[in-house]
Design a binder for this molecule. Structure first.
Ligand SMILES: [Zn+2]
Length: 316
């Protein structure tokens, strides 16, 4: 996810003026999301993040106060810990992780969008698949890239005192080791498989922890609009990747997305696969606006370019 869709709110602004916008049009009116109350909240002394102990050896670090509602995960092994994504660089993520574990940390990103990598610079050990797209994003992005997307309007509350939108940038980081597709990372009695699932971005991966029955899906699945419309997205690749995700449905019980909610039922893998197949059917209903098509599937939707790129041959 890059930015949450606020079309409805903007339309109301135009029709009625800002002062008459009803409360329920604020993105944070759905907060706190009820599903998080199923998990134990851990106090790490910071109120920008909410940290949840999901299982004995798995933590979620959640940013409920900004409309990305990004989530990173800390997986504890017997020798090391693996940090899946590092959020947006608004709060001090390293300080939070230091409160939870003293183990050496390996960072692996589900993909290199800024809302998943922007605290990478705080950590010493980054593993990544090797794509040109990743290498370019690892060079960081200047403030100018975020003038429209990282603003005070995106924050609900508890912004850290030392944070300034005026100077926000996504800092560069160095990759210490390139991972092969399908490579397993052993953090001590816990093995995490890294599998490429391009589509949302060229460098998207899923992480599978079979022992704990978890699939970390990044932005390839979460219960909200899935973005497959950007210049660097590919619906054709996304279609194939959802087949691959589906093929691992027997190995997992829980989907661990990069935004909004966590520990979701693995049955969504069936729905996601069926959804991408439905998009191939020209009769499937869609809403077309600004060169994009939105396909609604209930708990989630998929936004593609219009027309989508499946089957488009080079030169057509
Ligand atoms: Zn993304």
């Amino acid at each position: 996810m890059i930015t949450k869709i606020i079309t409805a709110t903007l339309a109301l602004f135009i029709m009625t003026g800002c002062d008459q916008t009803p409360e329920e049009e604020n993105w944070y009116d759905v907060m706190p999301r009820a599903s998080w109350s199923n998990f134990e909240l851990v106090d790490t002394g910071q109120d920008w993040f909410e940290v949840y102990k999901l299982t004995d050896n798995t933590f979620a670090i959640y940013e409920p106060n900004q409309w990305q509602e990004a989530i990173s995960y800390l997986l504890i092994g017997s020798e090391k810990a693996l940090l899946v994504d590092t959020l947006q660089g608004i709060g001090d993520l390293k300080a939070v992780i230091d409160q939870i574990t003293d183990l050496p940390i390996i960072v692996v990103n589900t993909h290199s969008h800024y809302d998943h990598v922007s605290s990478n610079y705080q950590f010493d050990t980054i593993y990544s698949i090797n794509t040109t797209y990743t290498q370019n994003n690892a060079k960081g992005h200047p403030h100018a890239d975020y003038v429209d997307s990282m603003t005070i309007d995106t924050v609900w509350k508890n912004l850290p005192e030392n944070f300034s939108f005026e100077f926000y940038e996504s800092k560069a980081y160095s990759i210490d080791k390139y991972l092969k597709n399908g490579e397993t990372i052993n953090i001590g009695n816990r093995e995490i498989e890294v599998i490429q699932i391009p589509g949302h971005s060229p460098d998207s991966v899923m992480l599978i922890d079979e022992q704990n029955r978890m699939m970390f899906t990044g932005d390839s699945f979460y219960p909200a609009p899935l973005y497959v419309y950007s210049d660097t997205s590919s619906f054709q690749e996304f279609f194939l990747s959802t087949q691959l995700m589906f093929s691992r449905r027997e190995d997992v019980d829980f989907l661990m997305p990069g935004h909004n909610e966590t520990m979701l039922k693995a049955e969504y893998l069936n729905e996601l696969r069926a959804a991408t197949m439905a998009i191939l059917n020209p009769q499937t209903p869609k809403t077309v606006e600004n060169g994009r098509a939105t396909y609604d599937f209930g708990d989630f939707s998929i936004i593609t370019k219009e027309p989508h790129d499946f089957g488009v041959r080079r030169g057509e």
